[in-house]
Design a protein around this ligand. Sequence first.
Ligand SMILES: [Zn+2]
Length: 283
Amino acid sequence: MSWFKREKGAIENPTPVDERRVKTEGLWTKCNSCRAIIWKKDIESNWEVCPKCEHHFRLNARRRLDLLLDEEPWVEFDADLGSTDPLHFTDLKPYAQRLQDSQAKLGMKDAIITAEGKLDGRQVTCCSMEFGFIGGSMGAVVGEKVTRAIELAIARRLALIIVSCSGGARMMEGTISLMQLAKVSGALARLDDARLPYISVLTDPTTGGVTASYAMLGDLNIAEPGALIGFAGPRVIEQTIRQKLPEGFQRAEFLLQHGFLDAVVPRAQLKTYIATALDFFLA
Ligand SMILES: [Zn+2]
């Protein structure tokens, strides 16, 4: 008999690993704003807004359209437009691989859904960005889809709504991403010539090239509470101007106070707010 060596195999646990977990695991989450423990379903059914403190979590592109458009099915456009990886770009992994991974994970070809549907009975063109797809970045596909949506709005004489949620231009497509800023802005100028309204909704986060183009070009620029909105990051700005930035800088409320936005609208009121604004524009 040996004292220091286990003669038989490892101690067996009668319950398999999977069943040892508590059954409620994953059903609860901690709000990172008020620290309250909340049932996940409660946040989900509240359109990803914390029921305790009204902190706005990110809403994905498809649910965003469900929030804004009426229940009858809306029509999606250009769903199969995908990037060709024009620069054959590789950073930590090949861009082509990144695209494939995001496409498999999200079931969409790129970081935006463009659609036509009804918003409280009003026919509209609506674009909704998906942050989960490479940070909601704008490459050739996002730029082209937005441009086509604008052209469709002009052809069909419809109002345009774009919900931004993006880290900015997609670096893996380099200059081609930057060219989208001019292309989309040009299309928006034509929408303006056609005297059709464009409402830009800025959600957390809206930064970089998207802020520098269509997100800030709305007839109305409205944001969700607490959304991070900016062009460059705070550290870059501090280093450039050699000054400490004020508290809450680049948050929706700060931007509203300083005249960069027209309104900060809570998610629960967003649809009604846009409907009222459209009536005002189209009257
Ligand atoms: Zn909360």
